[in-house]
Design a protein around this ligand. Structure first.
Ligand code: NZQ
Ligand code: ZN
Length: 386
């Protein structure tokens, strides 16, 4: 196992009707900016629960943060934070609203001239404005980590940021919110969380048995829960297992003491920036091809996965690894998620060259746990994903 330090200060408040406990978590004298997305919270009762809980607080609202949170919209919210002297941010939404709020938590205290530098350079956020979240969509793990990904459509960019100052102070996780989610978002959430685990597991072994077992536990729970929750989003037991699995997949725990990869995400973000494809779907497109391309270096972990998750005991490591990749792809497809780029866009032909060139221009010269995935490898991987 590798050396590590682990600190995760986010308080999780998990369970039925926990949104009611919101007021206790925010200082009574705080001036709160309630941030939300395109309006789903006004249709499913979450907005009402939040505003009722905050009746005694001074609250200003900012809605309209789109999926793949847009920089230009967030700059409008930043103006509100400054003009209204906001002291506490409350994100009510999925990964997009929470990530947008993290950008604001950083930008509100940023002393430089241009908040874009936080993303473009990027600048690590040591101290951010305090914020909490009410999670409405289990997927990203953003509710218990300190990272965010922000889109700037005008520049066709989707860039990451983060730092220890960007952990939510608290996150309220009420699995009942899943009941109003469309199938597309539930499927996305499952694939996103599944791939988060893969990016921290399908590398090479460093003898970290516990991390491996926790990772495999999350994968197994997602596989078991997927058919139940997609059929019946109101099933509370399945909803709670999905929600906690998604949080655990990316709250830092399984990444500690092991080697991680994140190249599927790096390439996937380019697909979102270029074609507007949902985040999780970009992962489903890239993952099987990347693993097929890198099977030699990843085969031991993939074979372990085949044995422990799908009970495959026969064959060489290479044969088992091949089965694991096919099973991963089948799992994504079982959720109705296509794994080839051409299903999502008519202008796919240029993607391999375009993406490798964009990554190269930004100085991403080597991805992967061995830092051996070069721009020309990226080109071949995207080619295989068409
Ligand atoms: O905007 P509204 O109207 O609220 O609708 C949203 C949105 O259209 C809807 N929704 C959310 N909760 C709902 C609901 N509809 C009905 N009932 C509910 N309870 O779902 C749609 C998608 O929401 P979004 O927040 O975009 O989805 P998700 O949580 O998948 O977040 C995706 C974003 O997170 C980033 C992605 O790149 C993407 O930008 N990620 C963030 C990460 C992090 N911070 O750690 C890690 C991930 O790898 C990922 O990159
Ligand atoms: Zn993701």
């Amino acid at each position: 196992m590798l050396d590590f330090e682990f600190k995760n200060p986010t308080k999780i408040i998990f369970g039925k009707n926990k949104i009611a406990s919101l007021a206790k978590e925010i200082p009574a004298k705080a001036k709160v900016l309630l941030l939300y997305g395109g309006g789903s919270i006004k249709e499913n009762g979450i907005y009402e629960q939040v505003t009722t809980a905050l009746e005694q607080h001074e609250v200003v609202e900012f809605g309209g943060i789109p999926a793949n949170p847009e920089y230009a919209v967030l700059i409008e919210a930043l103006k509100v934070i400054k003009s209204e002297n906001i002291t506490f941010l409350l994100a009510v939404g999925g990964g997009s609203v929470i990530d947008g709020t993290k950008f604001l938590a950083s930008a509100a205290l940023y002393e430089g001239n241009d908040p874009w530098d936080i993303l473009a350079k990027p600048i690590r956020t040591e101290i951010g404005m305090p914020f909490g979240t009410v999670l409405t969509l289990p997927a990203t793990g953003s509710e218990m980590n300190s990272g965010a990904v922000i889109t700037r459509a005008a520049l066709e960019l989707k860039l990451g940021m983060g730092g220890p100052g960007l952990f939510p102070q608290f996150s309220i996780l009420d699995p009942q919110v899943i009941a109003s989610l469309p199938h597309r978002q539930i499927a996305n959430g499952i694939v996103d969380a599944f791939t988060h685990v893969l990016e921290q597991y399908v590398t090479y072994s460093v003898g970290a048995s516990l991390q491996d077992r926790i990772a495999e536990g999350i994968l197994q729970t997602l596989i078991e829960t997927a058919p139940i929750i997609t059929k019946d989003p109101g099933n509370y037991e399945a909803a709670s297992n999905l929600m906690w699995s998604c949080t655990m997949a990316l709250n830092g725990l399984i990444q500690k003491g092991v080697v991680s990869d994140w190249s599927i995400h790096a390439i996937g973000h380019e697909l979102t920036a270029l074609y507007g494809i949902d985040h999780a779907r970009t992962l489903a497109i890239i993952c099987p091809s990347l693993y097929r391309y890198k099977i030699e270096t990843k085969k031991e972990k993939l074979a372990q996965m085949a044995t422990r998750i799908w009970g495959i005991n026969e064959g060489t490591s290479l044969e088992k690894a091949t089965i694991a990749i096919n099973k991963i792809e089948e799992f994504f497809r079982s959720l109705g998620i296509a794994t080839s780029l051409k299903i999502y866009t008519k202008t796919y032909q240029m993607a391999p060259e375009l993406i490798s060139r964009r990554l190269e221009t930004r100085g991403w010269i080597a991805l992967g746990e061995h830092k051996d995935i070069t721009p020309s490898d990226v080109e071949k991987i995207v080619e295989m994903s068409l």
